[in-house]
Design a protein. Structure first.
Length: 213
């Protein structure tokens, strides 16, 4: 009699143990199926920053060539990107080099011309380095760049000019920009890029001047 009682008790213990294991497996299976929470999620890596602090790439582009170069610089530096947008957009006729009466020709001949800009940079003071990307018009920077420079305080910032053109060099553009810059800033050597410049070309330059690794 005692032997039968012991066997029954042992059987009951085994049944309870199997039921407990089954419940545990079911709970674990449900967690994996519903959320796949088997490990902590990977953290998104922060964008790399320029060697000289938080950077902003400011660009003006009508044909898209300068925009592409600016986007390359932004990607390389992990910098924010800001487009200078004219209040009155430029048309292809405005950029006719062969007509002395076109809008851009008249503006470029007038050193006091300041085309109006729409919008503004949010929290401009947070940036330590500003890359200025622009095309070359009639041997100089577009006057709308002068508008931007006079509208912001660059005191204590590092400014890096870069331009795009089919043939014209940066010429005196950097000097003109320095003359109209508001605030005392540090200027690094700028560079002219052809319209078909690659991301590798721009990376090499930024590395040479100490902004990129």
């Amino acid at each position: 009699m005692m032997k039968r009682i012991c066997l029954l008790a042992l059987s009951l213990i085994m049944l309870l143990s199997m039921a407990g294991c089954g419940s545990s497996d079911a709970a674990d299976s449900g967690q994996r199926k519903n959320g796949e929470k088997t490990s902590a999620p990977a953290q998104m890596a922060d964008k790399p920053q320029t060697e000289t602090g938080k950077a902003l790439v400011v660009y003006f582009s009508c044909t898209g060539n300068t925009k592409r170069a600016a986007q390359y610089a932004s990607d390389i530096l992990g910098a924010d990107l800001y487009e200078i947008t004219p209040k009155v957009p430029y048309t292809s006729n405005d950029l006719n080099y062969h007509d002395e009466n076109t809008r851009a020709t008249v503006e470029q001949k007038d050193s006091s011309a300041r085309p109006a800009i729409v919008g503004d940079v949010v929290n401009f003071e947070q940036y330590d380095t500003v890359v200025l990307a622009f095309p070359i018009w009639w041997g100089q920077e577009p006057r709308i760049l002068d508008t931007f420079m006079e509208s912001h305080d660059f005191g204590g910032k590092t400014i890096v000019p870069m331009c795009t053109s089919n043939s014209s060099d940066m010429g005196s553009s950097a000097n003109y920009l320095k003359a109209v810059t508001k605030g005392s800033a540090k200027w690094l050597q700028g560079k002219r890029f052809p319209v078909n410049a690659t991301k590798e070309d721009i990376h090499s330059w930024l590395n040479d001047i100490g902004l990129a690794k």
